[in-house]
Write a protein that binds this ligand. Sequence first.
Ligand code: DGP
Ligand code: NA
Ligand code: NA
Length: 207
Amino acid sequence: MPAIPQFLRFCLDRSGKTSQSSRLLSYLEGLGYPVESWRFPDRNTGVGQMISSYLSNKSQLDDHAIHLLFSANRWEKRALMENKLRSGTTLIVDRYSYSGVAFSSAKGLDIEWCKAPEMGLLAPDLVLYLDIPPENAAERGGYGGERYEQLEFQRKVAQSYQCLRDASWKIIDGRLSVEEVEKQLREIVISCVMMCQKGKSLSQLWS
Ligand code: DGP
Ligand code: NA
Ligand code: NA
């Protein structure tokens, strides 16, 4: 039974990533694939609660310290992630390491320093970047509630993501209608799932 290692990840705040993740989940479930939807930060763990408190401005932390907590939050789920993938479950992951590096390097931290604690986490087969101008994201509902939802900062984050693009990325225009984005995502995802079904080994970040 070939493994079906899969990851899909999304980016800027208010880009529509969370609702598209759940649409993709239903789509793949409907086709009969074993699939789960995950998100980072996972606010349910002890580390995740510290992150959540930081994001809602209830606590202050040094930029390096919070970076390491986000990374720890991914590491604490790594073994489970590997088990799921090896058993053939597709994982749709709403944010992952690229968000970690993009947000912290946007604060001015050295990009190589940011990548270091991410090394050895599992690499995704596919990264889906919903590209939306930060100005448009800022007009969407709920924006501004959390620490990073500031237009100037999101512009820097968008620039950081540009430096992180690699061959696993597909860029989707996030200004298109929800239905059009969904249609494009389905096409990209199904071809990735089929390719992975033929047997594709797990690899690690950052290579
Ligand atoms: P979300 O639940 O996707 O809205 O993410 C919460 C916020 O945390 C959002 O502003 C993006 C930011 N974020 C997500 N992952 C990381 C990370 O690994 N590092 C940092 N610094 N920020 C992150
Ligand atoms: Na957010
Ligand atoms: Na998230």
